[in-house]
Write a protein that binds this ligand. Structure first.
Ligand SMILES: Cc1ncc(COP(=O)(O)O)c(C=O)c1O
Length: 363
């Protein structure tokens, strides 16, 4: 007979809380307006692009021209994959964070391009070490993917790091794609840095901002790319041939999210921080030496001696009924870690930590 276990699933990256009410209401109202039942304009409504520009000005003091420096996307995933189609030819080289979000690789593979892995190591605060990449590789590279706050390591990046990125990108003519999916999720009062806050960033790249995590809108599929005009134009050109644009109601709701009251965002950050504190502190009580994440809703935990990532993830599922993501699934340098999402109630996270404690692995 099969046994049904109560598995605590912390293996995914899907926000568990609902979209704020005011945003849902905006969609409801917009759905009743027949003007939204027609095709929306190619490249999206101006009011949404203006809202994205206003959001960047308010949050990051970055100026953007809404018509030429903002592209509306069907989620960050779509934009990230499109960018490789726009900018890479067969055999071109892209620099990739390892571990990293798997969809960068999907886009590169679809473009038949090559990758060069940049290991993100604890001793470098999970930032790539550009100095270890030889000049020949830099010369060959066309695209550089980055993502801070980082999935899966939960690291955040400093302005200094982004300044250095601009300098390398400028020197070697590499286009930077900064995936800012967790831009809103910085803890202990630290606001994550936008890549566009570095001088010259717009000359060398773009940033992708999704509403999925900031406003719990993962199912809505809405994001935007901002920055370098010629890259934005390439995305728009590709999209002209593939889509019209997002449903008008979603565009209204997205604009409301970006420019309306932001209390729900600060509440969300507080909530994740409380979950983080309770979960990590409980794990530390068991003797497990784990870092406090500085951003994202992930924790990146070293596996105990004697296990690899997969073995340890399997053990947690079998013996503790806690599902986690093995780190090697995000790239070779993720070996030796597991990723645990803070994506359930505090009590459930504490229960997950209690179940792990009972395995007595760390004394
Ligand atoms: C680093 C990173 N980038 C992009 C995405 C995808 O975001 P979207 O829902 O906008 O496609 C995710 C989602 O998990 C992510 O973790």
């Amino acid at each position: 007979m099969e046994k049904g276990y109560d598995v605590i699933n912390l293996g995914q990256g899907n926000p568990d809380l609902p979209t704020p009410e005011a945003i849902v209401k905006e969609l409801q109202d917009a759905a009743e307006n027949p003007s939204n039942h027609k095709y929306s304009p190619f490249r999206g409504y101006s009011f949404l692009k203006q809202a994205a520009a206003d959001f960047y000005k308010r949050e990051y003091q970055v100026d953007l021209d809404p018509e030429t420096e903002v592209a509306v996307l069907f989620g960050a995933k779509t934009g990230l994959v499109e960018l490789s189609q726009c900018l890479l030819n067969r055999g071109d080289l892209a620099l990739l964070p390892d571990p990293g979000y798997p969809d960068y690789m999907s886009g590169i593979a679809l473009a038949d391009a090559e990758t060069f892995s940049m290991p993100l190591l604890k001793e470098n605060a999970f930032l790539p070490d550009y100095q270890t990449i030889d000049a020949e590789t830099w010369e060959q590279a066309k695209l550089l993917f980055l993502n801070y706050p980082n999935n899966p390591t939960s690291a955040i990046a400093s302005k200094r790091f982004f300044d250095e990125t601009v300098a390398y990108a400028d020197k070697y003519h590499v286009c930077v794609v900064h995936d800012f999916a967790y831009g809103a999720l910085g803890f202990d009062g630290e606001k994550p840095q936008s890549f566009l806050q570095s001088e010259g960033a717009k000359d060398v790249g773009v940033e992708i901002y999704t509403l999925s995590k900031t406003y719990n809108m993962a199912g809505w599929r809405v994001a935007f790319a901002v920055g370098n005009r010629s890259v934005i134009e390439q995305i728009n050109l590709l999209q002209d041939h593939m889509y019209v644009s997002l449903f008008g109601g979603i565009q209204h709701a997205a604009a409301k999210a970006l420019t309306g009251d932001q209390t729900a965002v600060s509440e969300l950050v507080k909530n994740y921080q409380k979950r983080r504190d309770r979960f990590i502190n409980r794990l530390r009580e068991t003797g497990w030496e784990v870092d406090m994440p500085k951003g994202t809703f992930f924790t990146w935990l070293p596996v105990p001696v004697g296990f690899n990532s997969e073995e340890f993830a399997d053990l947690l599922l079998e013996k503790a009924h806690v599902a986690v993501a093995p780190g090697n699934g995000f790239g070779e340098s993720g070996e030796g870690y597991i990723r645990v999402g803070l994506l359930d109630r505090e009590e459930r996270l504490e229960e997950a930590a209690d179940r792990i404690a009972k395995l007595n692995l760390f004394n």
